[in-house]
Design a protein. Structure first.
Length: 263
């Protein structure tokens, strides 16, 4: 375990059940999906940063883990600014590009909404262990055990895929195969990894069936997944963030229900 992962597991949210983290992410995301305005997204984003302080991660790890979100949000806003719905004063009108007052406001709201929805999903799940999440989904949410355990086994294989890719690269380099042509080398390694993955998946499925993972009847679990006061408190915080963000948008008149007549 790396130093960053060790530090992240010391935060107040590190021991919270992953189901609660999944629930709070949904509580924050759903209201923001239903509206497209800068006020609700900005208020939710500001409150989320307060919640992130209890995640137990340093700023360096925060930027390392979330940089794709910070890159995608401005690109999404740029697209809306260039090709969004035109309203108000038109600043640029050239060929298919039309930048107006309305498209810029829509771009800002979209960018803030992307950040407010995506950042909690990334930050809260940094300390989530896949096995703990599977235990919670199976015992608390009551999802089918076959589905949960199959997804867990597949997720555990992701790390092996990376190791297999490096091993294939080193083996091909040692044999002098496909030293030239990056596209040819990539396609060859991808096909080899696909064949290896299918074989490994078949063996894993057979092994799980042999151990009774697909047997009918009520399943027992090695570890009990608890959902207590800390989990309910986190859900309450998520509901409060959503409520305050929606209330701020309604009070300021910025609320824009995208499924309504104003969409």
């Amino acid at each position: 375990m790396s130093l960053l992962e060790t530090r992240a597991r010391t935060g107040a949210l590190a021991t919270v059940n992953p189901v609660a983290k999944l629930g709070v992410s949904a509580l924050i995301a759903v209201p923001l999906i239903l509206t497209l305005d800068p006020v609700s997204a900005a208020v939710a984003l500001a409150l989320e940063f307060v919640l992130f302080l209890f995640a137990g991660i340093g700023w360096r790890e925060f930027w390392v883990r979330t940089w794709p979100v910070w890159l995608a949000a401005p690109l999404t806003g740029l697209t809306i600014a260039l090709y969004g719905q035109t309203s108000g004063v038109v600043y640029v009108d050239w060929f298919v590009l039309r930048i107006s007052e309305g498209s810029l406001a829509l771009a800002l709201a979209t960018m803030l909404r992307v950040l407010a929805i995506a950042l909690p999903s990334v930050v809260l799940f940094i300390t989530v262990d896949p096995t703990d999440l599977a235990d919670g989904l199976g015992q608390i949410v009551r999802l089918p055990a076959r589905f949960v355990l199959g997804a867990l086994a597949g997720l555990r294989m992701v790390g092996l895929f990376l190791d297999d890719w490096r091993a294939l690269e080193l083996a091909r380099r040692a044999r002098g195969v496909a030293d030239r042509g990056r596209i040819r080398r990539f396609l060859g390694m991808a096909f080899a990894l696909l064949v290896l993955s299918i074989r490994r998946g078949a063996k894993l499925a057979t092994a799980m069936e042999a151990r009774g993972f697909g047997a009918p009847g009520r399943r027992t679990w090695a570890r009990e997944s608890r959902f207590g006061a800390a989990e309910w408190l986190l859900l309450a915080v998520g509901a409060a963030i959503s409520g305050i963000a929606v209330a701020a948008a309604v009070v300021t008149g910025a609320w824009n229900f995208i499924l309504g007549p104003s969409a």
